[in-house]
Design a protein around this ligand. Sequence first.
Ligand SMILES: [Zn+2]
Length: 250
Amino acid sequence: MKKKVNAIVYWVLLAGLILRCNKSDSPVTPAAWNYESPDKWGSIGYGDCTGKVQSPVNIDTTTTIKTELLALGLHYRNSSWGIIDNGHNIQINVKQTNSLVLEGTAFKVMQFHFHRMSEHKLEGNSYDMEMHIVHQDTISSDLLVVALWIKQGVENPFIKKIWGKLPPVKNSEVLSGDSIRISDVFPASQKYFTYTGSLTTPPCTQGLDWIIFKQPIEVSPDQITQFAQFYPNNERPVQPLNFREVLESK
Ligand SMILES: [Zn+2]
């Protein structure tokens, strides 16, 4: 009898577990996402996009905390690279190890890509474009993104090299056949803003650090037009800062 009761309890528990799995534990299959309705990303399978520590944000320098921030240990080098139009962005994959060392932790460059208009705003204003260099600590898997604001101005030789290889078809990487060094595109001043946020595209993974250079870089009007032929508007709207603080290099 006891054995039978145990068996019933077991089956009830198992059935409950299966039902619960079907009801709420199985994730919604993520759907295709786009920039027409970024407010829907949370409801089409990317739950983190409705979190409280999302990116991008507006930076209001009347509320930033001005302090001495750590210098960035740049270990970037000439690297061969490939370019891919992934359907949301133009992405560049560097083939050698490039790292940024911050407080003793080495973050390896995974890829970089571009947005138009800028995603982060400054005092409520957008820049013409924004470049994101996505880094990852290969031990902890923690992410760190370095962002460069881009404004209209003189032609940029680094961007010229990249735009010269803009791929003719989507989802197929084209190898460039030459090399680039990412730090060649950096602004003269490496003063920056920093805060904790998220990826700005689904799955909107939270808890990563952003470093945004205060000084924008320049590209020519033609260079903006060239990118816009691929992606005229691939920027997510700014998200509420909520309780977060933005630090700023003095
Ligand atoms: Zn990005």
